[in-house]
Design a protein around this ligand. Structure first.
Ligand SMILES: [Zn+2]
Length: 210
């Protein structure tokens, strides 16, 4: 499948298939969305959010970027987070990274200056490496990449907890749970790395006073 026209044909076939199974499918889906999950994943084409958890349209709200990062100055991700929590009232926020992540691998290498925008994005992963350098620096390269992938996911989950969006929701009845998951490209399976909820003690330096 190379040509965009093929994608449009696939779309038409899919739409017709769905309507054949349920003539009112799109009519009811068009009325509203009520997802219970926000998914923050990597843009990698091999980790399609809905496919790997067998989710249907309407089930998960999705944001993806290179190496599934939550950056405190990224209004794209933060807007998605705020809308998902404050308006859609999702119950769970999932950060799902994956082994073999090209973004994390690239962050472990010297960068080329021609990719300066992408490099700035990867700097945040280099920061995760620096924070965990004692654990990482003497590992063999393959293990180092795998562990940095896991630590990067865990760091993003804490970054979610450090946002006023999540902290406010934890003080209401909503109390969304935060999850850090890692997906294996080689077996198609997801493992849970970390779960944070409103009982979690976070570093006081990141706590909002009200
Ligand atoms: Zn990736």
């Amino acid at each position: 499948m190379q040509e965009p026209a093929k994608l449009l044909l696939e779309n038409k076939a899919w739409s017709e298939d769905m309507v054949a199974k349920d003539p009112g499918y799109f009519m009811s889906l068009a009325k509203e969305q009520n997802p219970q999950f926000l998914w923050i994943g990597c843009s990698d084409s091999r980790v399609p959010a809905e496919t790997i958890i067998n989710a249907q349209p309407g089930e998960i709200f999705v944001h993806r970027n290179i190496a599934n990062q939550v950056i405190s100055t990224d209004f794209n991700c933060l807007s998605v987070l705020q809308y998902a929590i404050s308006v859609l009232k999702v119950k769970h926020v999932i950060v799902c990274g994956h082994y073999g992540c090209g973004g994390v691998k690239a962050a472990l290498q010297p960068q080329k200056s021609d990719l300066f925008i992408a490099n700035q994005w990867l700097v945040h992963i280099k920061d995760v490496y620096r924070l965990n350098q004692d654990e990482l620096e003497f590992l063999a390269m393959e293990k180092k990449v795998d562990r940095l992938i896991e630590l990067n996911i865990i760091e993003q989950v804490y970054r979610l907890a450090h946002t006023p969006i999540v902290q406010y929701a934890w003080k209401t009845d909503q109390k969304p749970t935060l999850h850090g998951w890692v997906y294996g490209l080689e077996n198609g399976l997801i493992n849970e790395l970390i779960t944070l909820d409103h009982y979690t003690r976070i570093n006081p330096i990141y706590k909002y006073a009200d």
